[in-house]
Structure formats: structure tokens, C-alpha cells
Unconditional design. Structure first.
Length: 455
């Protein structure tokens, strides 16, 4: 009995030593992955071999029967299955009958955005509690809009939303704020789970501006809004110049007083960080182009569902377009003022053809989900744009390589290539087919398994 116990103790000690050695020889990246809590919905594996799928890399011709090796969250290699070495440590993902696409990218969305609570009830409050209505203080706006606001601080990812976009083929989104004139700065996310911080690719990705007005304050008119935007950029430029002059030689110069609002604008004026103008109609497109030219901004236009009406101007002053698939005519549009029948016809035929018309004119664009928080509904809108004349090849580029270029991440995202982040979707059928089903999704090399695809 004593000998048996001694043997058991020796065995336990040996196992502990082996485990300790295994932990100490792990490379830093593997050790971090071991220590980190994996995203709730995915299975983290260091190496996968996706085998026997048709690969649509976007960067080159399709591979009819290929393999993709994923290691440490990156695409290690890909090629015809018979010419691809399958590592011994790889978990095999059998993908026969599936098509591999780069994860789709929405370069402008309001995903996970929760608006702050409204102020307490005012004159319209119920009569049963007049004293409470009079004494209750308005709730503080914790996230007031402005150039210094980072939308990341107010996002709350939810599993159903992540899964909704996965099942539509989306792995990457840019989430932007949605209030005010200078709305704030967006964040670029990889949808690799529910915890927010592991999703972040780039915080402060772009500054977002909307041609709106302020209720009960300045500017209360569109003309005032335009003046406010221009004056803000002029002030930021002057502020930046004075800072630079003081930095060269402060002797004899009064130090520039710190202004947090102008400080937040300086990188967009001086360093040409991206600025995104929300364009709700054709006139907004023209207004934005004038401001962009005046201040030499590195800018994109979002929304732009009437961009085809400004095709001549856009060809002269090419600016990346983030085209939302909202087919409702703006209230200012002539199609919205000619009666219900004309409006419905425009919504069904004219506005879905916006992207196709831009493609015919040779104007570059990305397709974006905008305020649409349902992945299936967004993909349905993409299919509507294709039925209205947009080529499938152009639609795929507008959801992969094109937004990656616009966002400055095309060296790591947007195509299936060795060395890039392993954002891959495996689909039964063509991704734009009405009956397409997403079977597997990789985001940052994290595997998400969805319902088995019906044969």
C-alpha cells in the first residue's frame, strides 16, 4: 500500500513538472492566448486547416478546391488542396461544398451604440406627480457629442447582434457616433466575440460630422451649421499653427491657452486623419465636397444614397463613398414630394440602383450597413442593389477590399492572403444567393460554428 502511494505521488509530481515545462516553453503569443478568456461564442485554436473548399480570395482568381491554413489568428498559407502542406498540429475543418470568402466589412455603422437617457420629463409629464416633475433634475448626458468623444466608451456589444452579422458574412465593422454636428470619433472592430476590448482594431478611426442643427441653441439653421463647421476647422488650423510656432521657439511668445475641443480637431487638420461627412441627400454631398476642398481634408462621404445625382461633381473631385443601402428617398428629394406612388416607385427602383449607377460612372464606393443593426436585413439590401444592376463582383469588392483600403487596413484585412488576419467566412452557395447559408466564421482566427448547412 505504501509503495502504491509513493508511486502515485511520483506520478502526480511528474505530471506537474511536465505541465510546468510546457507552460514555460510556450511562445509569448501562445501563452497570452492560453491565459486569456476566449470569446464566449467561439472555439480558440492555434492552428486550423480549412480543407476542400472553393476559395474566393478577391486578391486573385478563385481556387476551385483549396485549403487555408490558419495559425495564431493569421492566414499562414493557402492554395490547391493537393499542393498545400497540412500541419500535423492542425485541427481539420472539412469544408467540401462550401465557399470561402474574406470576412465582409461594413465601413460605417452604428452597431452596439446605445444612446444616453433623455432628460427628465418636462411640461408633458403626468399630472399625478407634478411635484416630482418639477423637482427632478435632468439626467446628465454622459457622452455629449463633440470632436473629442470616442464612441468606444459607450458601446455595449450583444451576442445576438454579433451572430446576426456573422450569419450575414460580416467580420469587421466601423462603429460611429450618431448625435450632433461634430458627432465624435469612431472605432474599427473585429467581431471576434462579446467582450469589447479584444474587438478593437483602431480607436479614433475617424471624425464624424453631420449637417444637422442644434435644438434650442446655435446653430439652429443649416446655414449656421455650415458656418460652424468651417469656423471650427479655421480655428483648429490657427490653434495648430500657434502651437507649432511656440514649439519652435517659445521665447517672447505667449503660450497658447489649452482648448480641448480644438485640440481634438488638430489631428484632422494638421495630420490629415480621416473625416467622415454624413450626407443625407445630394445637397449634403455638394456641401461636404466644398468644405473638403477648402480645408484639404482627408475625407469620406457616408450615407450618400443620392450620390448618383452628384456623379459629375464626384468625378471631378473623387472622394471615397460609404454608400448606405437605405432606399427611402430623403424628405428633401423630389421623389418624396410627388405623392405616395412616386415615392414607392423610387424606393423600389431608383434608389436601389444608386450603387450600380456609381459603378457605371467609375466612381469608387464601399457598401455600408449604416443604422441597420440587422445583418440579414443588410445582406438583403445588398442583394436588392445587385438585382438593380450592381455586378456581384463589384458588390464583393465594395464589402471587402474597397472598405479595407478606405480605412487604411488593406494590408491586414479585405482579402484571403498569407500573412493577413484570418477573417474568413464559409458559405453554402454564393454569398449573395437568396438561399446562401453561412456555416463557419473565423474572426482573428477564432472559429464560430453555426447550424449545420442543409444538403
Amino acid at each position: 500500500m505504501r509503495h502504491s502511494l509513493r508511486g502515485s505521488a511520483s506520478l502526480v509530481l511528474t505530471v506537474l513538472v511536465i505541465n510546468l515545462v510546457a507552460l514555460t516553453v510556450l511562445p509569448p503569443s501562445a501563452a497570452a492566448a492560453t491565459a486569456a478568456t476566449p470569446p464566449a461564442a467561439g472555439d480558440v485554436g492555434p492552428t486550423y486547416a480549412i480543407r476542400n473548399c472553393r476559395i474566393v480570395p478577391v486578391a486573385g482568381p478563385a481556387i476551385e478546391k483549396g485549403a487555408i491554413i490558419v495559425r495564431d489568428g493569421l492566414i499562414e498559407s493557402l492554395g490547391p488542396v493537393e499542393k498545400t502542406n497540412i500541419p500535423d498540429d492542425a485541427e481539420i475543418v472539412e469544408a467540401e461544398g462550401l465557399v470561402a470568402y474574406p470576412g465582409l466589412i461594413s465601413a460605417f455603422s452604428n452597431l452596439f451604440l446605445e444612446q444616453p437617457a433623455r432628460a427628465a420629463a418636462g411640461p408633458g409629464a403626468p399630472s399625478e406627480a407634478p411635484t416630482q416633475a418639477r423637482t427632478q433634475e435632468p439626467e446628465e448626458d454622459r457622452f455629449p457629442p463633440g470632436p473629442g468623444l470616442f464612441v468606444l466608451d459607450q458601446l455595449k456589444p450583444k451576442k445576438p447582434t454579433v451572430e446576426s452579422f456573422h450569419k450575414a458574412g460580416f467580420t469587421t465593422v466601423l462603429t460611429a457616433p450618431a448625435r450632433g454636428i461634430f458627432e465624435g470619433q469612431s472605432v474599427l472592430l473585429n467581431l471576434n466575440g462579446e467582450p469589447l476590448r479584444p474587438m478593437v482594431i483602431r480607436n479614433g478611426a475617424a471624425l464624424h460630422i453631420n449637417f444637422t442643427t442644434e435644438r434650442g441653441g446655435y446653430p439652429s439653421s443649416l446655414m449656421g451649421t455650415i458656418a460652424h463647421i468651417r469656423q471650427s476647422f479655421m480655428d483648429a488650423g490657427y490653434y495648430a499653427d500657434r502651437q507649432a510656432q511656440y514649439a519652435k521657439g517659445p521665447a517672447g511668445l505667449k503660450r497658447t491657452e489649452y482648448d480641448p475641443r480644438l485640440e481634438a480637431l488638430v489631428p484632422f487638420v494638421r495630420d490629415r486623419k480621416p473625416v467622415v461627412f454624413q450626407c443625407n441627400n445630394v445637397e449634403d454631398v455638394k456641401r461636404a465636397l466644398k468644405i473638403i476642398a477648402e480645408f484639404k481634408l482627408n475625407a469620406m462621404l457616408a450615407g450618400a444614397n443620392e450620390a448618383w445625382r452628384a456623379a459629375d461633381v464626384l468625378k471631378k473631385s473623387p472622394v471615397p463613398l460609404l454608400v448606405a443601402l437605405d432606399f427611402r428617398p430623403p424628405a428633401s428629394s423630389l421623389y418624396a414630394t410627388q405623392g405616395e406612388e412616386a415615392r414607392k416607385k423610387a424606393e423600389a427602383e431608383i434608389y436601389p440602383a444608386n450603387a450600380a449607377n456609381l459603378a457605371k460612372e467609375g466612381i469608387g464606393f464601399a457598401l455600408v450597413s449604416g443604422s441597420n443593426g440587422d445583418g440579414a436585413a443588410f445582406l438583403k439590401a445588398v442583394r436588392a442593389a445587385i438585382k438593380a444592376g450592381l455586378a456581384e463582383e463589384d458588390a464583393l469588392k465594395a464589402l471587402t477590399v474597397q472598405p479595407a483600403r478606405y480605412l487604411g487596413v488593406d494590408k491586414s484585412l479585405g482579402t484571403i492572403e498569407a500573412g493577413k488576419i484570418a477573417n474568413i467566412v464559409l458559405v453554402k452557395g454564393g454569398i449573395f444567393d437568396d438561399k446562401a447559408q453561412v456555416a463557419r466564421v473565423f474572426v482573428d482566427g477564432v472559429l464560430f460554428k453555426y447550424a449545420e448547412v442543409s444538403k
